[in-house]
Design a binder for this molecule. Structure first.
Ligand code: LIP
Length: 258
């Protein structure tokens, strides 16, 4: 069985665990004032890790809740967010996802994001295109901010950090048709990739949140950078993803902290 087919089986299985927990009940712990983790996160990650370790024992794994298992310098590394949108999930709001990415020497070569609530699976392989439920997807053709719909997110330390993204959000809100905040970075990137949204940006984000979605965006014809327009770095805790057509205009608007 191919890596893609096996990951698709595993990510759907993790989604089933989340839905079962949502229906039957779950526990919530606080990693910070508003940084939550549930036993659903942990159960989904334990399942994904067990399945990946059995089928791909030479690959290392970096998961949001359990951290690194395997060699840190492994040629292949899985990046797992078992429940992206934990705050939504904790409140019973059905907008969350499972994200699994495979990197080869730190480059994302395969990504999958699954929305269990709608049973929607986004996938991409390096130089193989991006897909939603097996159908090819591509970014939107919106050419200016005035006609765009954007999405962003805020860091868990938003109540204390000076870099809280609120000034950028306000600027974008006044320059576009709207700026959403959904709570799932992985799905935000997938919605840019399939053309429902025209750009997404966020600071204070982790590699496991955006790894799969970043490849899905580029394979769908989109563009990635740092928020200031500099090179995208998966481990730099920030991303600006767009349809490419409005990228430079958005960097001009929000890319400088002034
Ligand atoms: C979340 C991201 C979201 C961000 C939240 C949090 P988690 O990931 O998907 O975009 O705004 O602060 O980082 O914690 O639910 O996996």
């Amino acid at each position: 069985m191919s890596i893609q087919r096996r990951v698709e089986e595993i990510i759907r299985g993790a989604g089933d665990i989340l839905l079962e927990k949502l229906a039957s009940g779950f526990t919530i712990e606080h990693k910070g004032r508003v940084d939550l983790v549930t036993d659903a996160d942990r159960a989904a990650e334990a399942y994904i890790t067990k399945e990946l370790q059995r089928d791909f024992p030479a690959f290392s794994i970096l998961g949001e809740e359990e951290g690194l298992s395997g060699r840190p310098d492994a040629e292949y590394l899985w990046l797992i967010d078992p429940l992206d949108g934990t705050t939504n999930f904790a409140h019973g709001f059905p907008y969350f996802s499972v994200s699994i990415a495979l990197t080869h020497h730190r480059e994302v070569v395969f990504g999958a994001v699954y929305d269990p609530s709608t049973k929607t699976l986004f996938t991409a392989g390096k130089d193989q295109g991006a897909f939603m439920n097996g159908e090819p997807i591509s970014v939107s053709e919106i050419t200016n901010l005035e006609n765009s719909l954007l999405v962003t997110g805020f860091p868990y330390d938003v109540s204390t950090t000076k870099d809280d993204n609120i000034a950028e959000y306000a600027k974008a809100l006044k320059a576009t048709q709207g700026v959403l905040r959904t709570g799932s970075a992985a799905l935000d990137l997938c919605n840019v990739a399939c053309g429902r949204l025209d750009a997404y940006w966020e600071k204070g984000i982790d590699a496991y949140d955006i790894a799969a979605g970043s490849l899905i965006v580029t394979e769908a014809g989109g563009r990635l950078s740092a928020v200031d327009g500099g090179p995208f770095d998966l481990y730099d805790h920030q991303v600006l993803a767009s349809n490419g057509l409005i990228h430079d205009e958005l960097v001009q608007l929000i890319g400088t902290s002034a």
